[in-house]
Design a protein around this ligand. Sequence first.
Ligand code: C5P
Length: 244
Amino acid sequence: MDVDAARRIIVALDFDTAGDAEAIVARLGDAGQAYKIGLELLTAAGPALAARLAAEGKDVFLDLKLFEIPTSVAGAVRAAGRLGATMVTVHAMAGIRIMEAAVRAAADFPQLRVIALTVVTSLTDADLADVGVRATTAEQVPRLARLTRHAGCHGVVASAQDAATLREHLHPGMLIVTPGVRLRAELAGQAATEHARPADPVAAIRAGASHIVIGRSLTRAPDPATVLADLTDELGNIAATRRG
Ligand code: C5P
């Protein structure tokens, strides 16, 4: 197995019990090398699973979506680092001093990357206007991406649609973590008229994502381990072609 490719596919453990999350981790076995733990599982089950996965050598993305005063953000990032997390998220909308505090706190943990969210995909231009932001989401996303670069963040969360255009606002080494993907087989079953179709994982990587986050499309598949292994092979082949 191409471990580098496997670590680029982050499986979202969006469950409300540790048992459900552990069941999918067990089913994925060696195919699963990277997991995202969000606020639901963390609040319901605590950080023990994150620590255990990290101790087993898995990549652990703690999706904390931090938006707090710098001292509190730095404390939460250090706590994530001590758990062995490899990625932690902070809101770019919180401002540059908060992102800088996160990056400074992460410096004590060589494995830990600070990933910033720009505009949460569920927000519309009208939602931004409601909170006093006059820019559109299309203007706000690159603006915040530039701010993440100035803050020294290691990467951003971005949709596959935004990934290619965001690249020009980021340092070349910055990561782009892309959620909202659907397996090709699932997309093929959707009505052609449906707009805003999500990208499939390969399309997201081709658009410039360094990592993808995949949840229900994979975890609800009848045979998730085989689907994930096949996807890893496909991404590994893309990387090999690029190198070759
Ligand atoms: O939809 P799916 O189950 O694949 O979602 C997996 C993860 O991706 C969720 O935990 C959510 O945080 C994230 N996501 C996102 N933006 C979207 C869709 C999903 O950030 N548009």
